[in-house]
Design a protein around this ligand. Structure first.
Ligand SMILES: [Zn+2]
Length: 109
């Protein structure tokens, strides 16, 4: 038994139009290209972690940039990339905080 390519309704064999949604089965639905996700967020995330250790502000910017790209890319693997980018932001913030504490301790002394 064929199924409607649009709504999944079980179609009687030989019918062209779906009895449920009325869509033409001869014209295949256009699915959005869901190929491999962009690896750019992953690269930005890893770069953000490395750069963030030395230049925290730059690491945060790279992490946010990667997170935004991963967020717009609706792909399952992008969630993992998003995690890497968020980790880059956290690492950068932690380094920034440590630097700040270090500087403050220098001034205090
Ligand atoms: Zn249908």
């Amino acid at each position: 038994m064929p199924y409607c390519t649009y709504c999944g309704f079980e179609m009687p064999p030989g019918t062209r139009f779906c009895p449920s949604c009325g869509s033409d089965q001869m014209t295949a639905p256009v699915f959005e290209a869901r190929g491999s996700p962009s690896v750019l967020p992953l690269i930005l995330g890893i770069l953000g972690i490395i750069v963030g250790i030395f230049v925290p502000l730059l690491g945060i910017i790279l992490g946010i940039l990667g997170a935004v790209i991963a967020h717009t890319d609706k792909n399952k693997r992008s969630n993992a990339y998003l995690g890497v980018c968020i980790f880059a932001i956290i690492v950068s913030l932690a380094v920034w905080a440590l630097n700040f504490i270090f500087l403050m301790s220098l001034i205090a002394v």
